[in-house]
Design a protein around this ligand. Structure first.
Ligand code: IPE
Ligand code: IPE
Ligand code: MG
Length: 246
C-alpha cells in the first residue's frame, strides 16, 4: 500500500484529465498486436478510475478516442469500439459501487450505434450518483468543440438572442461540451509524448501539465499519486506574483 499521507487533502486537483497514450507501443514491446495493448489499457482505466474516486478527486476526464483516431486502420477502430461496449457493460458495477456518475464529451453521433446506445444507458443509470464525475472523451476534438461553440453563438447572434458584446469567457464556456465542469487543474499524459493532441485546449488554459514516460497499460496508483504530489508542490500563480499569493 502507498503512503497516502503525502497527499494534502486541502490542495487536491478538483479536475484531473488524462491523455491515455502508449497502448500500441506497450504491446509492440511484448511482440503482440496493438489490440493486446488496448485490452490492457482498459485495466489501467479501471484502476485509475477507482483510485481517483478513493483519493476524492471530483472530476476525472479520460481521452479515450480522438476525432483524429478515426483515421486509424478500420480494424483498430472496430476493436476500440468493441472494447468500449464491453467495458461499459462490465464496469457499470464498479461505477455504482464507487458512486461515480458517467458523462461523455465529443461528437457522440459519430459513434457506432451499439456503442452510443451502451454509453447512453450507463450515463442514465449512473445519473443520480453523487460522487466523482467520470467523463469519457470519445470522438473528441477540441477544435471541433470550439468550432461548434462558435457556430452556435453565431446563430444566437443572428437570431438576436444575444449581442456580440455579450460574448465573454463564460458564454464561450457555456457552449462547450464541458459547460458543467470546472477547468482542468492537472493534465497527465503517459507514453513520453509531450503534446496535447487536440485535447481540451480551452479548458487547460491554466492546467498544470504532467508528462510521464510510462505507457498507459503500466500507469499505476503509484504514478497517479506521484502526479498529484508534483501538482501540490507547484505554485499556481494565474498571472500574479508569488508575493501576492501569500
Ligand atoms: C492510446 O494508445 C489509445 C488511443 C489513442 C485510443 P495508442 O494506441 O495511441 O498507442 P501508441 O501511442 O501507438 O503506442
Ligand atoms: C491521443 O493519442 C488520443 C488519445 C489518447 C485518445 P494519439 O496517440 O492519438 O495522439 P498522437 O496522434 O500521437 O498525437
Ligand atoms: Mg498514441
Amino acid at each position: 500500500m502507498l503512503d497516502l499521507t503525502q497527499i494534502n487533502q486541502n490542495n487536491l486537483p478538483k479536475h484531473i484529465a488524462v491523455i491515455m497514450d502508449g497502448n500500441g507501443r506497450w504491446a509492440k514491446e511484448r511482440g503482440k498486436l496493438r489490440v493486446f495493448g488496448h485490452e490492457n489499457g482498459v485495466k489501467a482505466v479501471r484502476k485509475t478510475v477507482e483510485n481517483c474516486a478513493r483519493l476524492n478527486i471530483k472530476y476525472l476526464t479520460l481521452y479515450a478516442f480522438s476525432t483524429e483516431n478515426w483515421k486509424r486502420p478500420q480494424i483498430e477502430v472496430q476493436t476500440l469500439m468493441r472494447l468500449l461496449v464491453s467495458s461499459l457493460r462490465k464496469e457499470l458495477k464498479t461505477l455504482e459501487k464507487n458512486n461515480i456518475r458517467l458523462n461523455a464529451i465529443g461528437n457522440l453521433d459519430a459513434l457506432p450505434s451499439k456503442a452510443a446506445k451502451e454509453l447512453k444507458e450507463v450515463i442514465e443509470k449512473t445519473a443520480t450518483n453523487k460522487g466523482m464525475v467520470l467523463t469519457l472523451a470519445l470522438s473528441y476534438g477540441s477544435r471541433n468543440e470550439l468550432v461548434s461553440a462558435v457556430k452556435n453563438l453565431a446563430i444566437k447572434v443572428k437570431n438576436n438572442l444575444i449581442s456580440p458584446t455579450d460574448i465573454d469567457d463564460n458564454l464561450i464556456n457555456e457552449h462547450l461540451y464541458t459547460h458543467d465542469m470546472p477547468d482542468v487543474d492537472l493534465l497527465i499524459r503517459t507514453s513520453g509524448e509531450h503534446r496535447i493532441s487536440n485535447f481540451l485546449l480551452w479548458q487547460i488554459a491554466y492546467a498544470e501539465l504532467y508528462f510521464i514516460d510510462v505507457f498507459w497499460p503500466d500507469f499505476s496508483e503509484k504514478h497517479l499519486v506521484e502526479a498529484i504530489i508534483s501538482y501540490q508542490k507547484r505554485e499556481r500563480r494565474f498571472g500574479k506574483t508569488s508575493e501576492q499569493l501569500s
